[in-house]
Write a new protein. Structure first.
Length: 405
């Protein structure tokens, strides 16, 4: 059980942001000790005896007050960045007495990653379990979702069944700016191609619907300002930043194909038509490219094989600077889709073929209506020419994929 001020801090994250919750708890800690020092509170009230050693004395309390006041000053300095604040607070830890309430509160604060409206408190001293507080709701860890090259993702659930995914980004991975960009893109795609399309069927309770429509941003970047250790499949890894996003329920295409190869063979056309439809909306309505649409980043979200692409770590928005390359960038998404269709069909049917014919590619382009991308101002004049030009790329890509079998 956390002690009084830590508890106060944890409770207050629900109503304020983590920084203000900490400032209030720390201020209460200081005030209570000053009151005691001035004799306003009976002596025994401060914890009494423990193992025949007196818990508190005026000297240590005075030192603790001074240390906490220094911490408060650092927190209140609006010009100092979070990471610098946390580094200096960590240095001040030696000035507190060990085992006291002050240091416990400071540790809880240092263990929190937060944005203005959300906080993630790592397990450890505070509670037996990590938890997230966002939109005034308490979320508990449900399970690990996956380990990617750049981070570890966990699923968290609130009492009323809302789910969030938190991706802990390994130290040395994407910068804070890159992560903010990734979350912005995820948020926009999620609002347009998930909430706008599926929320009414996916979300059951009216409480959840209202919490969806109330929230404007579904994503945030949680900064901890210091390195934390996170448990992953590959052991403990160092993490500085974490990103919060809605969990996309369902099965990844990779899992779906490897666990149900027969079913994949039956539904692969539906699945990939949904992928190309998604890419079309992404490219033309949202003016974005995904940049990494492999089978682990495709989520099959329901029994109709609707899909949603996750992981916008490589995504781009069309800008003045990249518009000259925009055709090539859209082409890359399409080629990834076509290559995975061929690859997964071969994998699931057990019929490995090293070569692809131009007719085959042209047939797939027709099946998935890639004509939508063609034309005099499209990515290529027509499907026939597109298949002719891209055949060698798809063959090469297939070769790489088959090496990993
Ligand atoms: N929003 C999400 N909903 C559900 N699962 C997710 C979500 N984000 C990530 N995952 C799971 O975690 C894995 C790794 O996340 P991803 O964003 O792809 O990270 P990386 O950039 O390391 O590839 C994914 O393949 C997926 O299984
Ligand atoms: Mg990924």
């Amino acid at each position: 059980m956390p002690t009084k001020y830590t508890q106060q801090y944890l409770d207050n994250i629900l109503s304020y942001d983590a920084m203000n919750a900490f400032i209030e708890a720390a201020q209460n800690y200081v005030n209570a000790r000053i009151a005691w020092g001035e004799g306003k509170v009976p002596y025994g009230y401060r914890g009494g005896w423990s193992g025949f050693q007196f818990f508190f004395n005026r000297e240590t309390t005075k030192k603790n007050i001074i240390a906490m006041k220094k911490v408060l000053k650092i927190c209140k300095n609006s010009r100092t960045l979070l990471s610098a604040k946390k580094n200096r607070i960590r240095e001040l830890k030696t000035e507190f007495s060990e085992g006291g309430r002050g240091i416990e509160l400071v540790d809880a604060f240092l263990d929190t990653s937060f944005s203005e409206s959300s906080a993630y408190v790592a397990s450890g001293l505070n509670r037996s379990q990590s938890f997230i507080i966002t939109d005034s709701q308490f979320y508990k860890k449900r399970k690990a979702l996956g380990d990617g090259g750049f981070g570890h993702t966990d699923s968290f659930e609130s009492d009323n069944g809302n789910r969030l995914a938190i991706k802990h980004v390994f130290n040395g991975g994407n910068s804070k700016n890159a992560l903010e960009f990734e979350m912005k893109i995820f948020n926009r795609v999620y609002q347009n191609l998930y909430v706008g399309k599926f929320a009414s069927t996916q979300v059951q309770s009216s409480e959840q619907v209202s919490s969806l429509s109330r929230t404007k941003s579904y994503t945030s970047l949680l900064e901890s300002g210091r390195i934390r250790k996170i448990d992953t499949k590959f052991g403990k890894r160092d993490v500085v930043n974490s990103v919060l996003m809605p969990e996309i329920g369902g099965t990844s295409l990779k899992d779906f194909a490897s666990k149900n190869p027969k079913e994949f063979m039956v539904h692969s056309d539906d699945i990939f038509l949904n992928i190309f439809n998604f890419l079309h909306e992404l490219h033309f309505n949202l003016k974005m490219v995904h940049g990494d649409c492999h089978d682990d980043n495709v989520m099959i979200i329901d029994e109709f094989h609707n899909i949603f692409l996750i992981d916008y770590g490589e995504a781009e928005r069309m800008t003045y600077y990249n518009q000259m390359n925009w055709s090539a960038m859209m082409t890359a998404d399409l080629l990834m889709g076509l290559s995975y269709y061929i690859y997964l069909r071969q994998l699931c049917s057990g019929k490995v073929k090293k070569t692809v014919s131009r007719d085959q590619v042209e047939g797939l382009c027709k099946k998935f209506e890639l004509k939508r991308w063609m034309g005099s101002d499209g990515i290529c004049y027509d499907i026939a020419l597109f298949s002719y030009y891209q055949l060698s790329f798809i063959t090469k890509k297939l070769g790489y994929m088959q090496k990993d079998w």
